[in-house]
Write a protein that binds this ligand. Structure first.
Ligand code: UD1
Length: 340
């Protein structure tokens, strides 16, 4: 079983929760993060929450090959979890070159460094957005991929590149996890989602309305072909996502090559249902207004989580009530996010 795990993007939302999960299960963790969309304070919270710190943290862009090689030289890395990437869909349409540069260039630099240092285990952070305009729900890993924006294309490209590398390096084991919609926070309230600027995603936006930082949630469209007309997503608790990565590490050695899995709950929730659940969690009615659709949004994306259950005997454990309660606890305890 791998003992030292290099986590790229370890100070970010999913990365920081995964660091806690790994530290509390006996792994040593080395973090590489350029803090372009994360706070270095998150790692202080990781140490406080896990009861011990990460072994080392480097403020480094993965494309800085010299710096990245120095990290691999300094630590005997058994496995890598690769989160570091740009992730705003709308922004990716505006600045596609930056997205290809960071997401694809960061991944190729990482793969080169891994090969050079004989590291043969990788868990890659992919996305359900690779399925594009899904024509059916729930989605299995065998369903066709058809990205509709540059962000999603970068994730699919990275899967493909990694698959090509697996064919050339037969000892390499890669698990690409296609997350649906990670939300929530660590139940302690010390760790959560703290996006820079105006949140793009619905859950942190809701939390900021609840705490008084924004006046109301704009619901992007109520004329979708869904039960209440608003968009349906498969929200998954970030602690389940973190746990999924820890379990993935335990299954990397099951077989060599590239394997792809959905990480979702299999349950669809509409924006209005999420709004009602969050209002219940924080004990007040969250103001909202219905506005037009957001360009690029799809009606419904829900995972079929069966493949991961069959392969690992693992399923998510937390429901929408847990997600809203924990997201609210983090926001209430940290109304302005992390300090600094
Ligand atoms: C998107 C990407 C996903 C990516 C994630 C993180 C797609 C299909 N999905 O998820 O791959 O990992 O962003 O950046 O590209 N909504 C509102 N009001 C808001 C915000 C959102 O009504 O202020 C609605 C949206 O229309 C949607 C739902 O809430 O129906 C979820 O939106 P969001 O949280 O932004 O996630 P996705 O767009 O599903």
């Amino acid at each position: 079983m791998p003992t030292t795990v290099l986590v790229t993007g370890g100070a970010g939302f999913i990365g920081s929760h995964t660091c806690v999960e790994l530290l509390t299960h006996g792994y040593d963790v080395v973090v590489v993060d350029d803090h372009s969309n994360s706070s270095p304070h998150a790692l202080e919270r990781v140490a406080k929450t896990a009861g011990r710190p990460v072994t080392a943290a480097y403020e480094t862009d993965l494309r800085d090959r010299r710096a990245l090689n120095a990290v691999f030289d300094a630590h005997r890395v058994d496995a890598v979890i690769h989160f570091a990437a740009r992730k705003a869909v709308g922004e990716s349409v505006q600045i596609p070159v930056a997205y290809y540069d960071t997401n694809v260039g960061g991944t190729t630099a990482l793969l080169a460094a891994m090969e050079q240092h004989d590291v043969r285990r990788l868990v890659f952070s992919s996305s359900c957005s690779v399925y594009g305009d899904a024509t059916k729900v729930p989605l299995t890993e065998a369903d066709p991929v058809a990205p509709t924006n540059p962000y999603a294309t970068t994730k699919l490209l990275c899967e493909r590149i990694t698959g090509d590398v697996c064919r050339r390096l037969p000892g390499l084991s890669v698990l690409a996890l296609r997350y649906f919609n990670p939300v929530g926070a660590h139940p302690s309230g010390h760790l959560g989602e703290d996006p820079r600027g105006v949140p793009n995603n619905v859950m942190p936006y809701l939390a900021q309305v609840a705490v008084g930082r924004r006046d109301r949630l704009r619901v992007f469209g109520d004329d979708y072909p869904t039960p209440d007309g608003t968009g349906v997503r498969d929200y998954i608790h970030v602690m389940d996502v973190a746990e999924g990565h820890r379990v993935a590490l335990e299954h990397l050695d099951d077989e060599h090559g590239m394997r792809v899995f959905n990480l979702g709950t299999g349950t669809g929730t509409s924006v209005l249902e999420l709004l009602a659940a969050f209002s219940a969690a924080c004990g007040r009615e969250i103001p909202h207004e219905i506005t037009g659709r957001r360009p690029g949004d799809v009606p419904a994306l829900v995972a079929d989580p069966g493949a991961v259950a069959r392969a690992w005997g693992w399923t998510t454990r937390r429901d929408l009530t847990d997600m809203c309660r924990d997201a609210w606890r983090f926001q209430e305890l940290n109304p302005s996010g992390y300090p600094g």
